[in-house]
Design a protein around this ligand. Structure first.
Ligand code: CA
Length: 220
């Protein structure tokens, strides 16, 4: 999954980016509100971590702007220690969840997993499609309960398709959600990842919908 981190403290932004990357997400960082606004409205994210105290444009202004513009991406706000009114304001303005500083990285990861899961309409923390199971908590994939070893890119492609199982996902959409902004994207490589996933998980697990993209059947 692809996450935007909007945080102006460089060390904290770096720690968040590292923790999220280790959990197999791709991350873009914005160090002020203007950059966050630009990225959130021009790039495709699966979740946003938004510090409310940002220079240039503050987090509450961004939240209001994005929700008014119909942006439905799940947003986890970071608030100053003990600032209960910030939490209330954040949620009333359109945040989906909040964390007060300081926080444990494990909690950020868990809350994001839950937000992403719910945003794609799934209640259970483990995703299961036929013989294939994906557990975002452990970044683990199994086929008939046997662990399957995947690269980071393969995991992100599979995770995105499984979160959106039952619908067709275009190559362009997949490409947007598996690479960070800085990455030199090539949508042809998506085909390579799909081919490798088919070798590892069975040739019919990911279906090609000609001219439209890929689909994992909800009941497969
Ligand atoms: Ca701040």
């Amino acid at each position: 999954m692809r996450i935007l981190v909007a945080e102006d403290e460089p060390l904290l932004a770096k720690q968040l980016a590292t923790a999220l990357s280790e959990a197999h997400h791709v991350v873009d960082c914005a160090l002020d509100g203007a950059e966050a606004d630009f990225l959130a409205t021009t790039e495709a994210y699966d979740a946003i971590v938004l510090d409310l105290g940002l220079p240039k444009l503050d987090g509450l202004t961004l939240l209001r702007r994005w929700r008014d513009a119909g942006v439905v991406i799940p947003i986890l706000v970071l608030t100053a220690r003990g600032s209960w009114h910030e939490k209330v304001q954040g949620i009333d303005t359109g945040a989906d969840d909040y964390l007060s500083k300081p926080f444990r990285m494990e909690e950020v990861l868990a809350r994001l997993r839950a937000l992403i899961r719910r945003a794609s309409g799934h209640a259970h923390p483990e995703m299961r499609c036929g013989a294939v199971a994906l557990d975002p908590r452990l970044a683990r994939v199994t086929l008939n309960d046997v662990p399957v070893s995947l690269t980071g890119h393969e995991f992100r492609v599979l995770s995105y398709l499984m979160h959106h199982r039952g619908r067709v996902v275009s190559q362009a959409e997949l490409t947007e959600h598996i690479y960070a902004q800085s990455f030199d994207r090539d949508s042809n490589t998506v085909e390579v990842f799909i081919a490798r996933l088919r070798r590892k998980l069975g040739s019919t697990f990911i279906r090609t919908v000609r001219g439209l993209g890929y689909r994992i059947d909800a009941q497969s």
